[in-house]
Design a protein around this ligand. Structure first.
Ligand code: B12
Ligand code: SF4
Ligand code: SF4
Length: 373
């Protein structure tokens, strides 16, 4: 006779989840001080939604006092093998592995709902609330409580057998469960690879991430102009960043899919040519739609500037001349300033005479100064 917990784990595994754990509902009071300080220090930056409903985030029973447990689930995605090509020569950007397939919010939520239906089949009348990064829930903390893994220094939830390339989902329910497995020890030990190799120093002293320095935050969540001092640090990341996962030894053993160049490393020229319609056709069902076209092209312009490749100048000159979004033109001007040289200066001078937007005009002036230096 299989236990209720085993039946639920079976149905989760049928849906493709690789880990299932159970945690008794409680208030995560020990997180409260850190979280309140985090908010007060302005760390959410433009992710203002993170500051909403802190009571409910700490204790989901504020939403529904009947809740008794959290079922935590992990759904894998495949880290692709980075293609063996010179991105500067080929002018290709890089997209984080989690964003390569269809939007996980949709796919994983649908699967987690199936598991919740399974709970109701085993325990008739059970109530369930399902989340996949879709509400004020401390997802990694509940996963750690449910013994799925440990909180790594890179702030991701890590498992000894599955590394960290998985999404988390939770089912909050009124059903009580027995704990399964042992409490998870932490296995970072003396390793500091993620801290030392993060391109921007965003993981200051481990377990603490400064979003305003994080490429993932800057390329996905930050809306306006990218801080000038951060632009060179993007390297070729145009959406998200996987460095602190790629360098983690617990991710070493993973089967990596063959590189899919256009999805993983899209041509920067092709991205700069996207209009609203083609952006929607290409990224409308992917997590990438979050940046909107203007955010993706802003990031792409910066990466072209970081390439050091003179072939990027013609692409950026065309953007500066014909792009309707001031945000994108401004970053194209910066990128031309970075690339420098006669052709870049000519494109900037031509744009200076016709530019009507003040912020773009200011970027052009700074870029001309930089290109002359
Ligand atoms: C906001 C957010 C971001 C922000 C901020 C990230 C962050 N670390 O907080 C940004 C945009 C930067 C981001 C980036 C990424 N994210 Co994100 N993100 C979230 C989100 C929505 C909320 C996270 C949150 O609550 N942050 C609040 C702050 C306070 O958390 P924190 O800084 O880590 O602080 C905690 C720890 O430091 C801990 N702590 C403090 N001191 C100490 C000391 C010790 C010893 C320990 C053990 C712990 C500890 O307590 C604090 C409070 O709980 C979650 C989904 C969710 N609802 O949970 C997904 C989520 C965390 N993200 C996810 C992913 C996949 C990513 C990226 C890998 C995507 C990418 N490739 O670009 C990167 C990874 C960057 C990184 N190193 O974290 C996954 C992670 C899956 C996993 N295996 O862990 C989640 C769970 C989404 C999901 N449903 O799958 N993300
Ligand atoms: S996602 Fe990139 S920038 Fe952000 S902490 Fe990890 S390595 Fe650093
Ligand atoms: S790279 Fe090292 S310190 Fe960072 S999360 Fe992985 S094991 Fe922990």
């Amino acid at each position: 006779m299989r236990s209720v917990e085993e039946k639920i784990a079976d149905s989760a595994s049928e849906q493709g989840f690789i880990l299932t754990g159970f945690a008794p509902m409680r208030a995560l009071d020990e997180r409260r001080d850190f979280f309140d300080r985090w908010i007060a220090d302005g760390r959410p930056a433009e992710m203002t939604w993170l500051a909403r409903q802190p009571e409910r985030r700490v204790d989901p029973r504020v939403l529904d006092p009947r809740l008794r447990s959290v079922v935590s689930l992990a759904y894998p995605y495949t880290p692709p093998r980075p293609p063996d090509l010179d991105w500067r020569a080929e002018l290709r950007g890089r997209i984080a592995a989690y964003a390569l397939g269809p939007d996980y919010h949709d796919v994983v939520l649908r699967k987690a709902r199936m598991v919740a239906d399974g709970i109701a089949a085993v325990v008739p009348g059970a109530i369930s609330r399902v989340y996949v990064d879709t509400g004020p829930v401390f997802e990694r903390e509940w996963a750690a409580e449910a013994r799925l893994g440990w909180f790594g220094r890179n702030t991701n939830l890590l498992n000894r057998y599955h590394g960290s390339y998985f999404f988390l989902a939770e089912i909050l329910t009124d059903v009580e469960f027995a704990a399964v497995g042992e409490p998870y020890r932490e296995h970072c030990g003396t390793c500091r690879r993620c801290l030392d190799l993060c391109p921007t120093g965003a993981l200051t002293d481990g377990y603490k991430l400064e979003p305003r320095l994080c490429i993932s935050y800057l390329t996905i969540e930050h809306r306006g102009p990218l801080p000038r001092e951060m632009r060179p640090h993007l390297g070729n990341w145009i959406f998200g960043c996987d460095v602190c996962q790629e360098v983690c030894p617990w991710n070493d053993d993973h089967a990596r899919a063959a590189p899919v160049n256009d999805a993983l490393m899209p041509s920067l020229a092709d991205l700069m040519a996207l209009d609203e319609d083609s952006f929607r056709r290409r990224f409308g069902r992917s997590a990438i739609r979050r940046t909107k076209r203007r955010g993706l092209l802003r990031n792409t312009a910066v990466v072209l500037g970081n390439s050091g490749n003179p072939d990027a100048i013609a692409i950026l000159a065309n953007t500066l001349a014909s792009e309707p979004e001031a945000l994108v033109r401004a970053h194209a001007a910066w990128a031309l300033g970075e690339l420098g040289g006669e052709a870049a200066r000519r494109a900037l001078e031509a744009a200076r005479t016709r530019e009507t937007d003040q912020t773009v005009a200011a970027e052009i002036a700074m870029a001309l100064e930089h290109a002359a230096a």
